[in-house]
Design a protein around this ligand. Structure first.
Ligand code: HEC
Ligand code: HEC
Length: 254
């Protein structure tokens, strides 16, 4: 039994239901300390964090390694952040507590090792960027049913927005500015649907010059339905023909 006054992370007993993933043990002291700080600060805490900006930054900077439903990211290098915070939400932790944990993690991840799955680089974002990202994660990580926002532009635009493509790729039509992969406005004009399709489902089949292999997720062939994939390729061809500058004879019919 937890003693009175102890900050309890999980109820001592709970009705039988879905097993919950515990909060990682190494986060417990941070969590307890932060709860106090957050409570103390909440009076003057009208935060200036911009959650929408935080989402964009998250997709670009964190989504390269972390899955999170609301962000539409699916990378598996670090832990799934919905899983990481679902239990905390379930026992009533507030977004601001989670926000604090995220800040602590970004500022002080444990030392890197040779194993990529335990090595998070320090200070991926800082300052206002960190405030915004932390507020975003605090708002959505582990929230049941969270999903990416609806976007205009049809089903292909939605697939692009919901799968983190824009975090790594620039595409004017989608308003995205990722730079981890090639600028799609520049490289797509003139490419056939079959080529684009292969780039998406089998990114390592042909590595774009000057870019690293094994960075673009290789599982879109499984995670997207054939219909989604088709809509996505169509959308890319359409977008590239208007956005990329090469409007002469680049767009192929399909
Ligand atoms: C290069 C890959 C990489 C990037 C980029 C990255 N992370 Fe991580 N992250 C990891 C790994 C690996 C771990 C597990 C580290 C550990 O256990 O020490 C982790 C752990 C975490 C955890 C703790 C989760 C838990 O269950 O313990 C949080 C929170 C987190 N990251 C948030 C972020 C945020 C926010 C960003 C962007 C600002 C980010 N990460 C960027 C790889 C990354
Ligand atoms: C984590 C970063 C990342 C994500 C997410 C990502 N990509 Fe990529 N993508 C890359 C990188 C890096 C390359 C270049 C290396 C290669 O060819 O595999 C690339 C290459 C491509 C290419 C080939 C470009 C060329 O030069 O012909 C296309 C098309 C593409 N991506 C589309 C997408 C689409 C669509 C999505 C979302 C479903 C997506 N990517 C998600 C990083 C990413």
């Amino acid at each position: 039994m937890a003693a009175a006054g102890t900050y309890r992370l999980r109820p001592a007993s709970r009705p039988t239901q879905m097993p919950l993933r515990p909060i990682p043990t190494r986060l417990l002291p941070i969590l307890a300390a932060l709860a106090a700080i957050v409570l103390a600060a909440s009076g003057c805490g009208t935060t200036t964090a911009d959650v929408n900006r935080g989402r964009t930054l998250f997709v670009q900077k964190c989504g390269v390694c972390h899955e999170m439903a609301q962000a539409g990211t699916s990378a598996q290098i670090g832990p799934n952040l919905d899983d990481a915070f679902a239990a905390a939400r379930e026992v009533g932790e507030t977004g601001s507590t989670i926000e604090g944990i995220v800040k602590a993690q970004v500022e002080n991840p444990r030392p890197s090792t040779d194993a990529a799955n335990v090595s998070m680089p320090a200070d991926v974002v800082s300052g206002q960027d960190l405030d915004d990202v932390a507020a975003y994660v605090g708002m959505y990580a582990g929230v049941p049913g969270a999903e990416p926002p609806r976007v205009a532009g049809g089903p292909g635009a939605q697939v692009f927005a919901s799968n983190g493509c824009g975090g790594c790729h620039t595409l004017a039509a989608a308003g995205s500015g990722g730079v981890t992969g090639p600028n799609l406005d520049e490289v797509l004009p003139g490419q056939s649907a079959a080529t684009i399709n292969q780039s998406i489902v089998d990114p390592n089949a042909k590595i774009a010059k000057g870019y690293p292999a094994n960075v673009m997720p290789a599982n879109f062939g499984e995670s997207l339905t054939p219909k989604e994939l088709e809509a996505l390729v169509e959308y890319l061809i359409e977008s590239a023909s208007k956005g990329g500058g090469n409007t002469a004879s680049g767009a192929k019919g399909g």
